[in-house]
Design a protein around this ligand. Structure first.
Ligand SMILES: [Zn+2]
Ligand SMILES: [Zn+2]
Ligand SMILES: [Zn+2]
Length: 320
């Protein structure tokens, strides 16, 4: 068995730990989206154990974990547990059988829901990718980073230039300064190229040319192939391997991204004053010669902020 999908089920934390850490399971892709009462901390510990430096060669077996997105079910996953390995002990084997039985019942219901969810995803439209913020978001960002090159997830950490830990000394850009450094974050927003230059300092990612760590696993998990490369291909949702993807964390988009029209300005085109006081920011930035504030209170000044003011209560609500 290479792909195991337990989405939406109640799965004891110990079972998940066993699947991740025991080689005998030989599961390459595990999907536990919307698993009931999931113990995120235990799961993180299991993953860190699986990738520990003293691990055995050719481990971990697990290469892909779906956990952050909404559950995604398909009819032909119904018999996926039928060949649960028996070498891993009676308890585990019967757990597997039980899970399989539940799945048979659930999968039909899930299908309708599944169809409704089609069309949401990383590549389709700009904006927030997840319905809700990931649980233990900061801890997960660290785990995803630690698992890089070993285990992929249906989320990636943000590659914005302020996360870069090793800026080259030749790079004198303001965002390489340690004062503006941001620790790892999960990328939560899909955006296009910068409104100024059409690019991004970190470059737009594509399945064809980019580091695999830039690409999240695509849902649903592939059933006929358990390769991670394939699982990251946007071909699942009808795009070619050269389809561009740029996803970032909100910390990297603050004051440079419009939540209404999704325009944004990159670090090379636009330096944002990072002081917390908005009024002070506005003043300071306006005062700087040649620097025009592009985003204020989450809206682009050139289009959406003006529109908001015109349609707001007399237009003076924004400035309170
Ligand atoms: Zn730019
Ligand atoms: Zn970021
Ligand atoms: Zn806008």
């Amino acid at each position: 068995m290479q792909t195991l999908i337990l989405d939406g089920l109640t799965v004891p934390a110990d079972v998940i730990t066993e699947i991740i850490t025991r080689e005998s399971f030989n599961i390459r892709i595990l999907s536990i989206r919307d698993v009931q009462h999931l113990n995120h901390r235990k799961l993180q510990q299991a993953l860190m154990y699986a990738i520990r430096p003293s691990r055995r060669e050719n481990t971990p077996k697990l290469q892909g974990l779906y956990i952050f997105g909404p559950k995604y079910a398909r009819r032909h996953h119904a018999n996926i547990c039928s060949d649960m390995p028996t070498s891993c002990g009676g308890v585990m084997a019967s757990q597997g059988a039980q899970i399989g039985a539940h799945w048979n019942i659930r999968s039909e219901d899930a299908l309708a829901e599944d169809m409704a969810r089609k069309g949401t995803g990383w590549y389709e439209k700009p904006g927030q990718v997840f319905d809700k913020a990931p649980i233990l978001e900061f801890e997960w960002a660290e785990v995803i980073q630690a698992c890089e090159r070993l285990i992929s997830f249906d989320a990636v950490i943000c590659s914005g230039p302020r996360h870069s830990s090793d800026p080259s000394p030749a790079n004198k850009a303001w965002y390489t300064s340690p004062e503006v450094h941001i620790s790892p974050r999960i990328a939560t927003h899909a955006i296009g190229g910068c409104s100024g230059c059409g690019r991004a300092p970190e470059g737009l990612a594509t399945a064809k040319y980019s580091q695999p760590s830039r690409l999240p696993l695509m849902a649903p998990p592939p059933v006929h192939s358990s390769t991670i490369k394939y699982a990251k291909m946007p071909t699942h949702i009808g795009y070619g391997p050269e389809k561009k993807l740029l996803i970032r964390c909100m910390d990297c988009l603050r004051n440079r991204y419009c939540q209404s029209c999704h325009k944004w300005w990159c670090e090379d085109c636009y330096e944002v004053d990072l002081r917390p006081n908005l009024a002070a920011q506005w003043e300071a930035q306006s005062a700087r010669s040649g620097k025009i504030v592009k985003v204020h209170m989450g809206l682009c000044v050139e289009t959406c902020l003006v529109g908001e003011m015109m349609s707001g209560a007399g237009g003076d609500g924004m400035w309170g």
